[in-house]
Design a protein around this ligand. Structure first.
Ligand SMILES: [Zn+2]
Length: 297
């Protein structure tokens, strides 16, 4: 029992040290951040070269269901094949501001691009899967600078290169918490109103996508008090990733700047139900300050 307590205290000290270090390193490395977009939605279940897994040269992003994986930046597919360890894997080479990188997307269920193909940032390249040396569906994602080698000596921590990490400057507040798509064929018009059940304001059209600023009684506000009925759209919520090492607690409140309600922990992911003044509601009026999370869109 005593051993456990001591272990917990030393872990807390370790996490605090990591926190301070990562805050400092984020500040230093801010120039490198934001050049890659997140290749998939999900929860980070394993970090880069952690104490437990020093030979883990990437990060694991896990989510169930049909999870699209996209190219983190534009480039050329250098390999697309099946390997016993990586499973279905895609390698993409990038040249960004004169610097070369190679990204790796492993354990895919399927591959949608082939070797030699040019891809653009955000392009669908396959579905997250559980192929190769993998237990449970996840994306194993690596970034190498300048390129992949079998000993992984050029691997860098993806979290230092992905958008929005830790730096509020890269995670701008825009008052949205999701996106929607008008769920009709192109050209088909849907009425929008100045309030839920309010006055007619105009039309939006099938296939169009909008950011969502508010939700009320089955209606979404797509900006400037332009409300559309939920039955006409497909809505996609943002995910808030608690941007700290696992075990590190962040206070949550019953309202923006409200009463203390409890804690959420580093590495956890939550659906976002609302946004207000730079705070996000994780559901049931559980509000977290925007500076503590990465919003995965
Ligand atoms: Zn992994």
């Amino acid at each position: 029992m005593m051993v456990k307590v001591v272990k917990r205290i030393s872990l807390t000290v370790l996490f605090s040290a990591i926190m301070v270090f990562s805050l400092i390193s984020n500040t230093i490395k801010v120039g490198a951040q934001g050049i890659f977009i997140w290749p998939a939605e999900g929860q980070i279940t394993s970090g880069f070269r952690t104490v437990d897994r020093p030979d883990h040269h990437g990060i694991d992003i896990a989510k169930s269901g049909d999870v699209p994986v996209v190219a983190a930046a534009s480039g050329t597919v250098s390999k697309s094949y099946y390997s016993d360890s990586y499973g279905n894997v895609i390698f993409i080479r990038h040249t960004i501001n004169g610097t070369q990188y190679e990204t790796v997307y492993a354990h895919l269920r399927s591959r949608a691009v082939s070797t030699g193909q040019t891809v653009s940032q955000g392009q669908f390249i396959g579905y997250m899967g559980n192929t190769g040396d993998s237990s449970g569906q996840h994306l194993h994602f690596e970034i190498h600078k300048p390129y992949w080698t079998s000993d992984k000596r050029y691997a860098v921590d993806p979290l230092q290169y992905l958008n929005s990490l830790g730096s509020p400057a890269n995670n701008p507040y825009d008052g949205t918490f999701g996106t929607l798509k008008v769920n009709y064929p192109a050209g088909y018009g849907v009425n929008v109103y100045n309030a839920p059940n309010g006055s007619y304001k105009g039309k939006v059209y099938g296939g169009e996508s909008y950011k969502v600023y508010a939700y009320q009684d089955g209606w979404y506000d797509i900006g400037n008090s332009t409300w559309i009925k939920a039955e006409h759209v497909i809505f996609k919520r943002y995910i808030a990733y608690i941007n700290y090492p696992s075990g590190y607690g962040v206070n949550v409140y019953n309202a923006p700047n409200g009463s203390y309600k409890g804690k959420v922990y580093g590495g956890e992911s939550y659906k976002v139900y609302a946004e207000k003044d730079g705070w996000y509601d994780l559901g049931n009026s559980t509000w977290v300050k925007g500076e503590h999370v990465i919003i995965i869109k």
